[in-house]
Design a protein around this ligand. Structure first.
Ligand code: ARG
Length: 580
């Protein structure tokens, strides 16, 4: 199949030669944008005018005179205002493009021109600590990016870099021994990871004898003692079982197969120090081994070091992240490392990447990107808390989303059979939580608001899911074979049909834009616009009651809209119920 482009992209390609002829050079951007004056507007004349010292209107007129590639794409082109070009698409052109997209399983979304091997580091909760809402963002954003990157053809390796190593494990193992393995297992299998951690911590702070035992245990753990390793594995297993329960409820792709915790890099840590030392990058500062990447200073303006070893064998988070880079680039052969990690770790990651570059471990074409995100806030704009004031547990939050979605759906559609209601509530509840997170620009904080995210109006999952379900219900009544609609050329006549057609044809650009900045909210905005376009189409253009040819044409538009919606939501990790 010929690749179908977004009509705006086709238009830009067809206009570019005219702009180039007028500007007298190649590589001129016609600056094509959607517009409510016409279907599209090209604003490139403004920059060209400045470049060649003419007025924008003169340039615009000259472009129109030179444009000869628009036949079959545009119905009209007009100069407006200070030199804008207002363009109306040819309806037959749009119909033809729709037919091509409808016949394509990928719905027009192109494969990446250069396929890469990409490690996505996301979720990464800590063993024997409760997952909190902060882990919601990394898990949900990471999962959406993984789905999109795979869809455009990249080879993606998911890595769940859990915190499963370090000094706290001494006290945790001793506490486990004090409780007895069975009782500890019972305690932890309830998912009360924080309680277990706090008890261990309290003993550590109160008793010198316990502190001693904990320290000795860390030494045994690092020395590879068999019995200690067994107990450590027990602890890790109990925690990951809890993580898996959350992943399962949330419907994300992570499994045990993706676990690549800090402990996995343990053997590489001494090598990190040796290699840095050999390269002459290691310096001593306050008794620690450090590297000074240029450009970082502390509050007093002194150079800021990245500490990689405190005392012999005293490796830390930075050492293990450096080992990660080595492993991902040298062993896995990855050329893009994405770190879906909260914004507060920006400086840490930036220093790690710089040191890795200085050491030559991270060089062209390999690159590392911190996909940072802001916090989830309560209505008081402080960190989200439970009603009792404790940090909100992830699993409780997901349970609540189900209860609330069930109530919302019972109200909206009381006729839905009880057994369907539960399945639908699950899709809506989880979808709402994910979408609320994904639809805000990830770098910003957002306020967690049940009523807003579960509303059937506005930029929410239920609104988008409802657009899809509505189309499914049209088809339940229409008595046509949906696949038979995928070989007809829709006729675009009404303005609402055209707006919907342009939206459906923009899927490829939306996915590309989203991946360009690893910003899922762009895909959300696109899907919201598609749903809005469908809503007004459905209000203005009768479908089932229309006459034969128009009916089939409008049904074809409905079918394509539903497919794009379902696929788009699927790329965000959100299900599309057929009724709700
Ligand atoms: N476990 C860490 C935390 O909960 C996140 C790890 C992120 N990944 C990394 N390679 N540093 O904050």
């Amino acid at each position: 199949m010929n690749h179908v482009a977004d009509p705006l992209v086709t238009l830009a390609a067809r206009l570019a030669p005219a702009f180039e002829a007028v500007a007298g050079r190649t590589g001129v951007d016609p600056v094509v944008r959607p517009s409510d004056r016409a279907d599209a507007q090209a604003n490139g004349a403004l920059a060209v005018a400045k470049e060649i010292g003419k007025s924008p209107r003169e340039v615009a007129d000259a472009v129109v005179a030179a444009a000869n590639g628009l036949q079959g794409v545009c119905a009209s082109i007009e100069v407006a205002g200070p030199g804008f070009l207002n363009i109306v698409f040819d309806n037959a052109f749009l119909g033809g493009e729709l037919a091509k997209v409808a016949a394509d399983d990928r719905l027009g979304v192109s494969l990446a021109q250069r396929t890469r091997k990409i490690v996505v580091d996301y979720s990464a909760p800590n063993v024997a600590k409760e997952m909190h809402v902060g882990h919601l963002r990394t898990t949900v954003i990471g999962d959406a990016l993984v789905r999109m990157l795979e869809f455009v053809g990249h080879e993606v390796i998911r890595e769940n870099h859990i915190g499963d190593w370090g000094t706290p494990f001494g006290m945790l193992i001793e506490h486990l021994l004090d409780l007895g393995e069975t009782e500890a297992a019972d305690h932890l299998s309830l998912g009360d990871l924080d309680g277990f951690y706090k008890q261990a911590r309290a003993k550590f702070d109160a008793s010198d004898e316990f502190k001693e035992r904990a320290r000795a245990r860390v030494v045994l753990l690092q020395g590879g003692d068999g019995e200690t390793s067994r107990l450590w594995k027990l602890l890790v297993g109990l925690s990951t079982r809890h993580f898996n329960a959350v992943y399962d409820r949330l419907g994300v792709l992570l499994t045990d197969h993706d676990l690549m915790g800090e402990s996995a890099y343990n053997d590489l840590l001494p090598q990190v120090i040796e290699r840095l030392d050999k390269l002459g990058l290691l310096q001593e500062s306050d008794g620690a081994d450090v590297v000074f990447p240029p450009g970082y200073t502390n509050r007093d303006g002194d150079p800021l070091p990245l500490i990689v070893q405190k005392g012999k064998g005293g490796f830390n988070y930075a050492t293990s992240d450096l080992a990660c880079v080595i492993d991902r680039v040298e062993r896995l052969g990855a050329d893009l490392l994405l770190y879906v990690v909260g914004a507060p770790q920006a400086q840490h990651l930036s220093m790690v990447f710089d040191v890795a570059r200085m050491a030559g471990w991270l060089s062209e074409p390999s690159e590392a990107v911190h996909v940072a995100f802001g916090s989830v806030l309560g209505s008081d704009r402080k960190m989200l808390k439970s009603r009792s004031g404790e940090p909100l547990k992830f699993i409780d939050l997901l349970d609540e989303s189900l209860t609330r979605a069930e109530a919302a759906i019972a109200e909206k559609n009381p006729d839905l059979a009880v057994e369907d209601r539960l399945a639908v509530a699950r899709m809506i509840g989880i979808g709402a939580v994910k979408y609320a997170d994904l639809s805000t620009d990830r770098v910003r904080d957002y306020v967690f608001d049940w009523d807003r995210m579960l509303s059937f109006d506005g930029n929410t999952a239920p609104y988008l899911q409802y657009a899809h379900a509505r189309i499914c219900s049209i088809f339940r009544r229409a008595e046509v074979d949906r696949t038979s609609l995928r070989s007809i050329v829709p006729v675009i006549a009404e303005p609402q049909e055209k707006v919907l057609a342009l939206a459906a044809l923009g899927f490829d650009s939306a996915v590309a834009d989203t991946l360009d900045k690893y910003s899922p909210h762009r895909l959300c905005t696109y899907l919201y616009d598609l749903a809005t376009a469908f809503t007004s189409f459905y209000e203005h253009c009768p479908v089932l009651k229309a006459d034969d040819e128009v009916r089939r044409s409008r049904l074809a538009l409905c079918d394509l809209t539903a497919r794009v919606m379902e696929r788009g939501l699927g790329l965000l990790g959100i299900d599309s119920p057929e009724q709700m």
